[in-house]
Write a protein that binds this ligand. Sequence first.
Ligand SMILES: [Zn+2]
Ligand SMILES: [Zn+2]
Length: 141
Amino acid sequence: MDSFSKILKDNNLKITHPRKVVFETLLERKTALTIKEITKACHDVDRTSIYRTLQTFQQIGIINIINVGWKKQYELIDVFLPHHHHLICLKCHNKKSIHDETLEAYIKELCKNNHFQTTKHYFEIEGFCKNCQKIIARPKI
Ligand SMILES: [Zn+2]
Ligand SMILES: [Zn+2]
């Protein structure tokens, strides 16, 4: 919460109730959420305020937007959540967070080899989860 209030202050923004509640929800859930999920969790904040809050969070760069199919999901940046990537199921839209030291080390090496100073990286894998693979593979009657 401390770094959150600092970022808001640095951007000349006040801590309003919607900003506080949406931030806390994203922080507690530790994963990317859809607008619907955020609205449900922040039941005392109206949808318009949630949209506006997410827009603000995007402008000040504290959330990442992940496209899952045609749906957008919102997640806090690595400053607030441990660094991770996603396996995204195209059928049920579930996301699994993954963290792999080998992958991280390799990304670091790639940048180093290209004399590139990286500030952040994205890496999302789309496909079908274990459950949905079963559904797809099921023969039609
Ligand atoms: Zn699935
Ligand atoms: Zn990474």
